[in-house]
Design a protein around this ligand. Structure first.
Ligand code: NDP
Ligand code: 2IT
Length: 481
């Protein structure tokens, strides 16, 4: 048990509910102990899963007032921290020189209380059960927040697509799907992309599924437009992030117009976050990859962004080349410490971390505070450590947790599923309008829920509680299974 979880319980017990919230907080020792015991069971069962512990702790930290209101929901919490099913399998494949490689494949089917399992596949050497369980757990709440009928799941492999030829990636994807196919289905579990899995990989995966299963269904999302994909799905996470951040800024009468913006990453989420920031009149000044970051004081304009998209999506190059290609750009290599660099020490109004988990620690959050940031919205999943979030919130910085602010990707995957079921496709404008509506709703829901539970402005608590309530109601109605 860490100080953070205990801290909130104490705060809730001490402060109680504000008079206007209309319910009584009855957190006592018994309730504290019940929540703590859930956390202790999780850490004792899987002591080697720190990222999963981090994600669980953050949610439990928010739930005390809900459990006080509905004590019976503690049973739901106890069940929710254990995935419904964990699948692990062998993925053998041959490289171009004829050497055999054996990777690990996974699918975590976390929770199907409100719909089929839904969530991305990540191909990255760091993938393990801890990372995928944290991502699957987050996905359950995120999908609930979208308002669409999707349960939560996540999967992937420790395969590293970097430096592999197209044929190697294809052989890997085919081998991966030759096992995964029996565990997924349009009404059962619908994977999509995540780090290292984009349009190319989804194409190879879908082709193999179609061949083995002998059916053409919407079993994956993020598909190409020619075979059942949705317009705006590639843009959706980045666009949705900026729609959410726009709503959050508006609560303080601020906007993206004229705002300087730090973005990390240069993949799918980062690219389209950058595009939408430009649409709203902001000035993005940084982007990164795992080797380092660029700082372009003149701003990353549309022409430069198109160059980055070509670099990353077609030529599969490194951000260092940006600094070599454009004048007046600083390039700084990453710190030896994984995931970290000095990117967060630039003078910006808004920070959008869009690379990976735990890329902003407490010291980096402090740098953002000192450099005048007014808002941080997570495009990646859990890019801020618990301590970083505390620093941001204590300093009055608007903070949006990924499960709310990056939900646009999966929401548009949900729209892709609907179009596949209807056997039709909506226009770009129709999908973008629905995406924007969903993001505005998620913001409103998280904002109002935080207020109702006596934590105004705390989007972490608001998102966790709002996401949880829907799952809890469904789980109770169906009998706890
Ligand atoms: P991509 O693979 O397209 O891009 C990932 C980017 O992050 C690359 O620039 C990559 O650099 C960088 N990166 C990855 N791992 C690390 C690391 N360990 N340290 C430093 N940089 C790293 O992935 P996405 O853009 O799709 O995903 C980015 C984040 O957004 C992830 O957290 C993902 O879970 C989350 N997300 C994605 C959604 C989607 O729809 N795609 C939806 C919601 C959230 P390099 O090339 O050097 O590895
Ligand atoms: O983290 C995420 O929400 C994703 N990678 C997208 C999942 C999806 O099913 O579209």
């Amino acid at each position: 048990m860490t100080d953070c979880l205990l801290g909130t319980l104490k705060r809730v017990t001490k402060a109680g509910a504000p008079a206007q919230s209309g319910f009584n907080i009855i957190v006592g020792d018994q309730m504290d102990n019940a929540i703590k015991s859930v956390y202790e069971t999780v850490t004792a069962r899987d002591p080697d899963q720190p990222e999963f512990h981090q994600a669980v702790e953050e949610v439990l930290d928010s739930l005390a007032p809900v459990i006080s209101e509905y004590p019976e929901y503690i049973d739901v919490v106890q069940g929710m921290v254990e995935p419904e099913r964990v699948i692990q399998f062998r993925v053998p494949w041959y490289d171009d020189e004829g050497n055999l490689h054996v990777n690990r494949g996974f699918r975590i089917q976390f929770n199907s209380a409100i719909g089929p399992y839904k969530g991305g596949l990540r191909f990255h050497p760091s993938v393990n059960l801890s990372i995928l369980k944290f991502l699957g757990f987050e996905q359950v709440f995120k999908n609930s927040l979208t308002g669409l009928p999707m349960g939560g799941g996540k999967g992937g492999s420790d395969f590293n697509p970097k430096g592999k030829s197209d044929s190697e990636v294809k052989r890997f994807c085919q081998s991966f799907m030759s096992e995964l196919w029996r565990h997924i289905g349009a009404n059962l579990d619908v994977p999509a992309g995540d780090i290292g899995v984009g349009g190319r990989e989804i194409g190879y995966l879908f082709g193999m599924y179609r061949k083995i299963a002998n059916e053409f269904t919407g079993v994956l999302t993020g598909k190409g437009l020619s075979y059942g994909g949705s317009l705006i799905r590639p843009e959706a996470t980045g666009y949705g992030l900026v729609y959410f951040a726009r709503e959050m800024l508006a609560t303080k009468d601020k906007s993206f117009a004229g705002a300087t913006v730090a973005i990390s990453g240069s993949g799918n989420v980062a690219q389209f976050a950058c595009e939408k920031v430009l649409d709203l009149g902001g000035k993005p000044v940084t982007m990164s990859d795992s080797s380092g970051y660029i700082y372009d004081t003149a701003g990353i304009d549309r022409e430069k962004l198109a160059w980055v998209m070509d670099l990353k999506n077609n030529r599969r190059g490194r951000m260092k080349e940006y600094a070599e290609h454009f004048d007046g750009v600083e390039y700084t290599e990453s710190k030896p410490e994984p995931n970290h660099n000095e990117l967060w020490s630039t003078n910006v109004d808004v920070a959008l971390p869009c690379a990976t988990q735990n890329e902003i620690n407490a010291a980096e959050a402090q740098m953002l505070v000192e450099h005048g940031a007014i808002a941080v919205a997570e495009g990646a999943n859990m890019p801020c450590t618990a301590e970083a979030v505390e620093v941001l919130q204590e300093n009055g910085i608007l903070f949006a947790p990924g499960k709310a602010s990056n939900a646009g990707g999966v929401a548009t995957s949900g729209l892709e599923m609907s179009q596949n079921s209807l056997r039709m496709s909506w226009t770009r404008e129709e999908v973008d309008q629905k995406l924007e509506g969903i993001m505005v709703n998620i913001h409103k829901n998280a904002f109002e829920t935080a207020e109702r539970y006596g934590m105004p402005g705390n989007y972490v608590a608001g998102a966790n509680i709002a996401g949880f309530l829907k799952i809890a109601e469904s789980t109770m109605s169906q009998g706890i299974l």
